[in-house]
Design a protein around this ligand. Structure first.
Ligand code: ADE
Length: 270
């Protein structure tokens, strides 16, 4: 798997790429990384990468020219995906990580900074816009690393024991059960006796119960999501409804994209 990161802070990734399982996988040639310094693609003698926002408002916006030049240089594989990290993206999940690991040979991660990036880059040059959670970071670097780690560990050979991947949180639909190690008693607190009983069936049952308990307490939404998934026809109705609303809004407030489309077909590279 090839990862390309476009960032104003390449140093952020330097150490991270050398340590732990990712460092080992890089050495083994299972993962390849290229970090592209966005500043190198900046405009003019000051290598400018940002500018004020059209329409006013506080903060600077990353200009499209340096970003697109970097994306065009980074994208080299046919089965690639260009991903913009932003709080406006769709939520990154284990299911998406699995899909990316299965379908991609290359992931190009575009890290925003300041107030965001020019929307034309997201619309015409990116395949996906991803958020790692409902909070605002100062830039996309941490989010890019989250995407990298969660996909990288699904690449065959990166994690030593593939069995450990199948049983953990989110893969089973429940959070993971609690784990204990030595000493058997620590400051008066003992490891649950069942785990020391050697009785595998009881241990299994105890773990399933604990996983359910933890999920109910910390993430009840996961249980609801698994048990109450709407039937597919609901999604079809919803998609139809969204399409109808979009067309109505487009009539009321034509977007620049649809006006341009008449004389400029598509700016996306092949
Ligand atoms: N950049 C800033 N906040 C972010 C978030 N929550 N997810 C992805 N990229 C971001």
């Amino acid at each position: 798997m090839q990862f390309d990161v476009i960032t104003l802070f390449p140093a952020f990734f330097e150490t991270a790429l050398q340590v732990g399982l990712i460092g080992k996988a890089v050495e083994a040639g299972l993962l390849r990384f290229r970090v592209h310094d966005l500043r190198q693609f900046g405009i003019g003698p000051h290598r400018q990468v940002d500018d004020v926002a059209y329409g006013g408002g506080a903060g600077m916006v990353l200009r499209p020219e340096p970003l697109v030049a970097a994306i065009e240089q980074a994208r080299t594989e046919a089965r690639s995906r260009v991903v913009v990290l932003s709080p406006q993206g769709r939520l990154w999940t284990q299911a998406l990580a699995r899909q990316y690991a299965r379908e991609c040979d290359q992931i190009v991660l575009v890290c925003g900074r300041y107030e965001g990036i020019d929307e034309r880059v997201t619309t015409y040059w990116a395949d996906d816009e991803v958020s790692i959670g409902d909070y605002v970071l100062m830039g996309g670097e941490v989010a890019a690393w989250v995407v990298i780690e969660s996909v990288a560990r699904l690449v065959p050979g990166v994690v030593g024991n593939p069995e450990s991947l199948a049983l953990e949180s989110f893969e089973t639909g429940l959070l993971d059960y609690p784990q204990y190690t030595r000493p058997a008693v620590f400051r008066g607190y003992a490891v649950p006796a069942v785990l020391r009983s050697g009785h595998h069936e009881s241990i299994e049952r105890w773990r399933r119960l604990q996983a359910l308990r933890k999920t109910l307490r910390n993430r009840p939404d996961l249980i609801l999501a698994a048990r109450w998934a709407p039937p597919p026809v609901w999604w079809a109705w919803m998609a139809e409804w969204v399409g109808w609303v979009e067309r109505a809004l487009e009539k009321m407030y034509p977007s620049p994209r649809s006006q341009e489309a008449e004389d400029a077909p598509d700016h996306r590279p092949d």
